[in-house]
Design a protein around this ligand. Structure first.
Ligand code: AKG
Ligand code: FE2
Length: 211
């Protein structure tokens, strides 16, 4: 699991907030309670803009080793609303309609914590349950093989952007090794170290990666 503080910086968050405020209430639609939310074309456009920023983020790239991203979805939970315990669908479609495997999921919080209560993203791992509530602009990327839910919102309204990622490697232990090396590369300044790290990361991706 990875937490990324300010995946959207202040200006980007202000921009997305303005665009979200301009959306009609029906831009996010839900079927029966507990069913996934659907975005109309206006909401999809805002999420497309968020996607263009988030997918370029160096830590998203380093941690997820993304091969494909799903469409980004705006979720909205008002008072009393929740999204009950569920697993992640193993296969989804990317923006081009191509099938993709969901190795990782993320939630990018879009509402400030002071503006709502409840609404934690709850992940059920074998070693316990984790409640995640982050500040607006912050993001959590987590593995998909566990049940999760959005706890009921008890005050205000919670907006979030969610999505799924197919990684070049489906094995978490391999992703962890690559993430360590990618982080070293992000801070490396010595030219020989940079070249050696790029060579090693590339060799490991050829060994482990699939497209
Ligand atoms: O809004 C969230 O944090 C996650 C929602 C969710 O799990 C889903 O819609 O599948
Ligand atoms: Fe979910």
């Amino acid at each position: 699991m990875l937490f990324i503080q300010s995946a959207l910086d202040k200006d980007e968050l202000a921009e997305v907030s303005t665009r979200l405020k301009a959306l009609p209430a029906a831009a996010v639609r839900r079927g029966k309670p507990g069913e996934p939310q659907h975005n109309d074309s206006k909401a999809r456009a805002v999420m497309g803009w968020v996607k263009s920023i988030v997918t370029r983020h160096p830590l998203v790239q380093a941690y997820a080793q993304p091969a494909r991203f799903s469409t980004f979805v705006l979720t909205k939970h008002a008072v009393g609303e929740r999204f009950g315990l569920h697993p992640v669908d193993p296969l989804m479609k990317d923006d081009n309609g191509n099938p993709m495997r969901t190795d990782l999921a993320f939630t990018l919080f879009l509402t400030s914590k002071v503006d709502y209560d409840g609404g934690a993203l709850t992940l059920e791992a074998n070693d316990g349950t984790r409640d995640i509530r982050l500040e607006a602009g912050d993001m959590v990327i987590h593995k998909t093989g566990q049940l999760h839910q959005v706890a009921p919102v008890t005050r205000g309204e919670r907006l979030a952007c969610i999505g799924w990622i197919q990684s070049l490697t489906k094995h978490e232990d391999e992703r962890d090794v690559l993430f360590d090396l990618q982080r070293m590369l992000l801070s490396a300044t010595d030219r020989d170290h940079v070249l050696m790290l790029r060579k090693t990361i590339g060799n490991l991706l050829r060994m482990w990666g699939e497209v």
